[in-house]
Design a protein around this ligand. Sequence first.
Ligand code: AMP
Length: 478
Amino acid sequence: MSEAAKPESERRKFRAIKGTRDILPPDSALWNWFEKAARSVMESYNFGEIRTPIFEETELFARSVGSDTDIVSKEMFTFPVVPSAHELALNLFEGQQQFNQEGDFVSTDDAQRFREEKAGKLVSLRPEATASVCRAYIEHGMHTRAGDQKLYYIGPMFRRERPQKGRYRQFYQIGAEVLGTSDVPAIDAELIEMLTVLLERCQIEKYTLLINSIGCADCRPKYVELLRAKLREPEIFSKLGADSQRRVETNPLRVMDSKLPEEQEIIEQKLPKISEHLCADCKTHYEKLKKELKLREVLFTESPRLVRGLDYYMRTTFEITSPILGAQNALCGGGRYDGLVEMLGGPKGIKGIGFALGEDRFIDAIQEAKKIHATRPVDVFVAWMGERAYPTAVRLARVLRGEKHTVELPPEETKFRKALERADKMGARYVLIIGEDEIASDMLTIKRLADGKQEKISEEALVDFFRPPVPSKEGPGN
Ligand code: AMP
C-alpha cells in the first residue's frame, strides 16, 4: 500500500534528528533580532562578515582544534568524499587528457584532486569556525591587506555531544577574530568590551566575565612541569578522580578545568596558578590587559582555572558565564592563538585572538533575563467584507507594509466578528475595517484592540495615523 493510502496514524512521520531542532515563529523573530543586534555591534567596531563553508577537510580541525580533544576525537560528523559515478566517468575522460601531444604525462589540478578524493579524503562538518577563518585568511593572502583583519561569522556548528538543554548537535555560534601582526592588549580588551556591549544590548545583566593569562611557549611548559610535580604528590594524587590522574601525565593543564566536585578544593587551594608563573613579557601583557579593561569599565573576575591545552593558545583567555542558564552556563569563550596561522601553513608572525558565543544560549538568556517571549505582533489586521471592499483592502495593505508595518490581510472574506477574534488571537494592535459602509462613505474604520476604541478616518489620513511607526516589539527593550 502506498504511504498516502494508509490511515494517518500508520503513515511514517519524520522527526528532526537527535540533537537538532527547528526554530519556529515567533521564536525565530528573536533570533533575527539577536543576529541583527550582534551584526550592528560588531560592525560598529569595524568587523566585517566572513562566510566560510560548513564542511572542511577533517585534517584542518585535527590540526587546529587538536586531535586529542573531545571535539575532534569523538564529536565530529566526518565522512569520506567518495567520487560519484559521474566523477569517475569524467576522470576517465580527463585521464586521456593527462598526456600531452608528445605523449608526456601532464598532471592537472583536477587529476590531483581526484586522486586525493579517491584515496578517501575525509571531510567534517565544522565543529567551530576559527580554523576555517584562519584557513581562509591564509588561502586568500589576507595578511597582505592593510591593517588587522577584523572578521565575524554567524552560523551553525556541529558536534556529536550528548544533547540536553543548552547543548545541541547542531547549534549556532557568532564569533569574531582579529588577525594581524600586533598582539597589544588593547586588541584583546576591545574585543571583550565589544562582547559586553552586546550583552548590554540584550539586557543580560547577570553574567560573569572570567579572564586569565596562560602564558606563552616560554613560560607555560615550566608552569606545566610545576603543576605536574604538585599533582604527583601522593596526598594530592590520591584525591584525584581517574580522569585527572590520567591527565597528570598526558595533559595536566586540563586538571584545572575539571568539574568533579571532590577536586574543587584541591584546584582552588593547593595547585599553583599560572598567572603567578608568567614570564616578564606575559606578565606585562596581562597587567596591561587588566588596565585596558578597567579603562573601558569592563568588570572582570580573574580565574586561574581558565586554561587551554594546545600549544598555540597563549596569553589572554576569557569566558562569560551566566547563572541564569543552568548546567550549561557558558555563554561565550575566547582567547589568543598567536601560533595558529603559522601552524596551518600561513605566514610567520601572524597573531590572532577571537571568541565564539553560543547563540542558542544567548537566546535562552535573553528570554530568561527579561521574561520576554518572542512576539512578532501584527500591527494592522485588515478585516474586509464584500467584493467592493477587497481591492481597497489589497491596496491599503500594501501601502501600510510599505511603511514597514506588519499587516495581516485575510485571503478570503471573513465575517467581521470572526475577523476580530482572529486579530485578537494574533495579538494585532489595530483592525482596519473595510466593508460596504466604508466604501459607500469613503471613510475607513480603525479599531484599537487594547481598549476597543474605534474611529473613522479618511484614506488620506491612514498613513499618518500609524506614524511614527509602531515600535517593533520583538527583542528586549520594549
Ligand atoms: P567553544 O567553541 O567550545 O569554546 O564554545 C563557545 C560557545 O559555544 C560556548 O560558550 C557555548 O555557548 C556554545 N556551545 C558550545 N557547544 C555547544 C553545544 N553543543 N550546544 C549549544 N551551544 C554550544
